[in-house]
Design a protein around this ligand. Structure first.
Ligand code: PMV
Length: 385
C-alpha cells in the first residue's frame, strides 16, 4: 500500500521594479506594453514559502485547495492559468527516495498526475498586513514549485518565467537574483501585430541583465535597501485601493502621457541607461533614472481619468526628504522607488547609510510603521525540499 503523493517546498524573494511595468497588451497572457527592470530583494529578509502536495483525490474533492497565511483562500483564474499551463506540459515524473537504506524510484504517469488533487499552502515571512505586495514572491514560488512537482523542464530559456507571468506579471522577475529584465516580447508595434498570443507569450520572458561580475559584485557589496512601510492615512486601508490590473487599464485607456511614454519608448531608454549606470557603478545616475521612473509611473496614474493616487501625504514627505538630502549633498546619495501603493523603497550606498537614515529619523518615528533594512538578493526562487 504505497503512499502515492508528492511534495515540493520552494521559497521566493520579492522584487521591486526600477523601470516600471504598467499596462497589459493582453490580460490573460499578461503581455506587458513595455519591458521592465527590477532588483531582487534578499529573501532572508522578505520571502514567500510555498508547500505544494499532489495527493490522490476522491471524485467529490475540490481539485485544488489554497491556504494563504493559514487561511483558506480563493483559487483565482490567474492561478488556474498557471496550473493549466504547467499541467499541459507534464510528461509524468519519477522521484527517487531512500527507504530503509535503499534507493527506490517511483514513477507517476501523466494521466495519474492530472487526476491528483493539488494542495497549496503559502505563507510570507513578512506580515501581509504590512501592505507590502506579496504577489511577486507568491506567484513565482507557486509556479516554480508546481513545475518541479509536475516534472516540467524548461523547453526554452525563460519558460519558467512565462508560467510565473501568467500568475502575476511582476512575479516573472522573482525567478532570478540580482538585476532582472522582463522583456515585453516585441520591439515594435508592427512586430506586435504580426505575432500570435502564443508566440508573444514565449518571447515575454525574464532574464538577468548582462553586466560584468565585477560590477555585479560592487552592487551586491555596497547597495543598501531600506523599505519604508508608511503609515496609512485616516480612512486609508493598508492595501491599495485600486488593484494594479484595474489601475493599468484606466491608465492605458485614458492617459495621453502614457501614450507618449510608450510612443517615445521611454521605458526601453531607461532600461538601457540604467543598465549602463549599473555597469559603470554610477550611483548618482542610477538614482536619477530610478527616481524619474517612479515619478513617471505616478504621473501617468495622475494623468489617468478618473485620476489614480497611490501615494499619500506621508509618502510625499519621504520623497521630499530624499530630494533635500541629494540637493544639499550636491549629488544623489539616496534614490527612491514606489509601486502602486504608498510604501517607499530607498536605495543608499553603504558608506552613506548611517548619515541618510539619520536624516530620516523623524519620519521613521512619526510616519512609518516600520523600516525594513535589507539588500539585493543574490538568489531568485529555489526549491528547498
Ligand atoms: O504584477 P502586478 O500586477 O503586481 O503589477 C506590478 C506593477 C508595479 O508594481 C507597479 C510595477 C512593476 O513593474 O512591478
Amino acid at each position: 500500500n504505497q503512499d502515492r503523493s508528492l511534495e515540493v517546498i520552494a521559497t521566493s524573494p520579492i522584487n521591486i521594479a526600477l523601470v516600471k511595468y504598467w499596462g497589459k497588451v493582453d490580460e490573460d497572457y499578461i503581455i506587458p506594453w513595455n519591458s521592465s527592470l527590477s532588483i531582487t530583494i534578499d529573501q532572508n529578509d522578505l520571502c514567500s514559502k510555498t508547500r505544494i502536495r499532489l495527493v490522490q483525490a476522491d471524485e467529490s474533492d475540490e481539485q485544488i485547495e489554497l491556504i494563504l497565511n493559514g487561511k483558506k483562500d480563493k483559487v483565482t483564474k490567474r492561478i488556474m492559468n498557471v496550473v493549466n499551463a504547467i499541467r499541459e506540459r507534464t510528461e509524468g515524473v519519477t522521484i527517487k527516495q531512500i527507504r530503509d537504506g535503499n534507493q527506490i524510484e517511483t514513477h507517476f504517469e501523466k494521466e495519474e498526475l492530472l487526476k491528483m488533487k493539488i494542495m497549496i499552502e503559502s505563507e510570507n515571512n513578512f506580515a501581509t498586513a504590512s501592505g507590502l505586495a506579496s504577489s511577486s514572491s507568491g506567484l513565482s514560488c507557486l509556479s516554480f514549485a508546481l513545475a518541479e512537482l509536475f516534472g516540467v523542464k524548461e523547453s526554452f530559456e525563460g519558460e519558467y518565467s512565462t508560467f510565473a507571468r501568467l500568475g502575476s506579471g511582476s512575479a516573472c522577475r522573482s525567478l532570478y537574483g540580482g538585476f532582472v529584465q522582463w522583456h515585453c516580447g516585441f520591439s515594435s508595434r508592427d512586430q506586435l501585430d504580426s505575432l500570435s498570443k502564443e508566440e508573444l507569450s514565449r518571447k515575454s520572458i525574464a532574464k538577468q541583465i548582462d553586466i560584468s561580475s565585477e560590477s555585479m559584485n560592487y552592487w551586491l557589496d555596497n547597495l543598501q535597501i531600506a523599505i519604508c512601510c508608511v503609515k496609512p492615512e485616516k480612512d486609508q486601508g493598508l492595501t491599495k485601493e485600486i488593484p494594479s490590473t484595474d489601475g493599468m487599464k484606466i491608465t492605458i485607456d485614458t492617459s495621453e502621457l502614457m501614450r507618449a511614454r510608450l510612443d517615445c519608448n521611454l521605458p526601453q531608454k531607461h532600461i538601457e541607461q540604467l543598465t549602463m549606470t549599473l555597469e559603470n557603478r554610477d550611483f548618482n545616475s542610477f538614482a536619477e533614472i530610478t527616481i524619474k521612473e517612479t515619478n513617471q509611473l505616478h504621473a501617468v496614474c495622475l494623468d489617468s481619468y478618473p485620476p489614480i493616487f497611490y501615494i499619500n501625504e506621508r509618502t510625499k514627505k519621504i520623497i521630499k526628504q530624499a530630494l533635500k538630502i541629494n540637493k544639499e549633498k550636491g549629488k544623489n546619495i539616496v534614490a527612491y522607488s514606489i509601486d502602486a501603493g504608498f510604501h517607499v523603497f530607498l536605495f543608499i550606498m553603504k558608506e552613506d547609510k548611517e548619515f541618510v537614515l539619520n536624516e530620516f529619523k523623524d519620519l521613521i518615528e512619526n510616519d512609518m510603521d516600520r523600516l525594513i533594512q535589507t539588500r539585493i538578493g543574490r538568489e531568485g526562487v529555489k526549491i528547498i525540499k
